[in-house]
Write a protein that binds this ligand. Structure first.
Ligand code: HEC
Length: 164
């Protein structure tokens, strides 16, 4: 005698209902993630206007003391994407660093777009360092005072890669 699967016998229609449910969940997911496509605008255009306060000259002129080794860049990436506290940078600056993270739309001015060479190449290391350390008062950019200088320099090595 052939084995009959109980779900086919007892709930002949349930699989269709399940499928419908699956499809509607999928549609919901896709539309929820598609708000950028719907509005057609990007929170952080390229080039991006900068009104950020300038670092004091002794910090503005600092150069990154660390070498661009794959190891340093990897550590910077881990901080940017996962480890930095209170919030990983990607929440606002986006996984690819284009300033379009999940929280980006809540802020005016919007997060910096690190993929935009026209904007970011003119901003020296010391300036990036200072804003990461101190934040940008009156904007969404937090201060990361608890990160060691070394960790901040590693993040900057990573950020520079995003613009290439
Ligand atoms: C809660 C959202 C948020 C998070 C998290 C965040 N940023 Fe920002 N960031 C911003 C916003 C908004 C700006 C734009 C500020 C401005 O225009 O002055 C900004 C600007 C910057 C700038 C631009 C400085 C300049 O002079 O142009 C740098 C560099 C930066 N962020 C680095 C980081 C790094 C690195 C992290 C993680 C360690 C991080 N940010 C986390 C929102 C965020």
């Amino acid at each position: 005698m052939k084995t009959q699967y109980p779900d086919k016998l007892i709930f002949p229609k349930s699989s269709r209902i399940y499928r419908l449910l699956q499809i509607s969940l999928l549609l919901l997911f896709v539309s929820a993630n598609n708000s950028y496509a719907e509005t057609g605008d990007h929170p952080s255009p390229c080039p991006q206007p900068r009104f950020t306060e300038k670092a004091p000259p002794e910090i503005y002129n600092l150069q990154n003391p660390l070498k661009e080794t794959p190891e340093n860049i990897k550590k910077g990436k881990l901080l940017f994407q996962v480890k930095a506290k209170p919030l990983p940078c990607k929440q606002c600056h986006g996984i690819i660093g284009d300033g379009n993270g999940p929280m980006a739309r809540g802020f005016s001015p919007p997060p910096r777009n690190f993929t935009c060479t026209k904007t970011i190449n003119g901003v020296p290391d010391g300036q990036l360092f200072w804003i990461i350390k101190e934040g940008s008062p009156g904007t969404g950019m937090l201060s990361y005072k608890k990160l060691s200088d070394e960790k901040i320099w590693k993040i900057i090595l990573y950020i520079r890669q995003l613009a290439q």
